[in-house]
Design a protein. Structure first.
Length: 201
């Protein structure tokens, strides 16, 4: 998968990061790096072009500066998984099991973003299968979770992702309500060659 992605997008770094984030298998990284770089070198030597070069049209070039200036709102996913701050522990576990995320966004009754629950916070109960504790989601919430605003640029988002190991970040409106989520993969694809909508002149 990594080698194929590297050859077709001509973005080996992205092709390494995405499979690793999907598996979280550190033993996979060395072989993944070799395969992705080899695929990239082979594709470049054959004069291959990125698949995104075709998706934006012949003769149009993606300006990296234009991508950097794009607003987060243009790339975020509005449908995102969250849980109410007053939800019980069982609901938290069920939501984690139904969705493959390492962090679960928590919102107050008025929709304001409160923080996130890391998977590690409930892992002890998952491993020993003990009786669920009488805890609410807000008691498990990690405050100070990094966020983005609708008007932030992708350049800001890239810097925020670089400083944190999260696969997605919450996007808030001007009132602090959860408006959606921005995924690291989507940002990397945008910088790799125009997966995001880019205006051309």
């Amino acid at each position: 998968m990594g080698a194929f992605l590297s050859a077709t997008t001509l973005a080996p770094f992205m092709a390494i990061v995405i499979p690793f984030e999907m598996t979280l298998d550190y033993d996979l990284v060395p072989a993944l790096m070799v395969a992705c770089v080899a695929a990239w070198v082979t594709a470049k030597s054959q004069g291959a072009k990125s698949v995104y070069a075709h998706s934006i049209g012949e003769g149009e070039r993606v300006d990296a500066r234009e991508v950097r200036r794009q607003r987060v709102e243009s790339l975020m996913r509005r449908k995102t998984i969250s849980i109410a701050a007053q939800a019980n522990f069982t609901a938290v576990v069920d939501t984690f099991l139904q969705n493959r995320h390492r962090n679960l966004f928590v919102v107050a009754a008025n929709g304001r973003f409160v923080g996130a629950i890391p998977l590690d916070a409930i892992r002890p109960w998952l491993e020993d299968r003990s009786a669920p504790p009488p805890m609410l989601a807000e008691e498990l919430t990690l405050e100070g979770y990094p966020t983005l605003l609708l008007d932030d640029t992708l350049d800001t988002a890239l810097d925020r992702f670089a400083g944190h190991p999260f696969e997605r970040l919450p996007v808030l409106d001007e009132h602090g309500r959860l408006a959606g989520a921005l995924y690291k993969t989507d940002v990397l694809l945008a910088f790799a060659g125009g997966a995001a909508p880019v205006k051309t002149t």
